[in-house]
Design a protein. Structure first.
Length: 105
């Protein structure tokens, strides 16, 4: 996704690190670069708004669920592997995700 215009911070960089921005897990200088980019690039701003809305919805619907302490580390490890170009077998991905029972109707 890109607006086709050149930016100081490339759209692909912004989209690759969007969740770090949303979760306030990046240095202030990078946050400032992203904010400037969102002011210039409406497709990235739209994607940011969508992801922010999804994150709020998940928090509202699932915010009280307890998450295993090691789950985040495992998920982030898999994300790092994928970003570095390594393939992660689907079986490994399903092994790190907690199973939840289907909702009762």
């Amino acid at each position: 996704m890109s607006c086709g215009e050149p930016h100081e911070t490339d759209c692909s960089e912004v989209l690759d690190h969007l969740y770090e921005f949303l979760d306030h897990e990046m240095p202030d200088s990078d946050c400032t670069k992203f904010e400037v980019h969102f002011e210039e690039c409406s497709p990235c701003l739209e994607k940011y708004g969508l992801e922010q809305a999804v994150k709020k919805l998940v928090k509202r619907c699932c915010g009280s669920d307890d998450v295993p302490t090691d789950l985040r580390a495992k998920v982030m490890g898999r994300i790092d592997l994928i970003r570095s170009g390594h393939m992660v077998p689907e079986q490994e991905i399903t092994e790190i995700l907690p199973t939840t029972p289907a909702p009762q109707e």
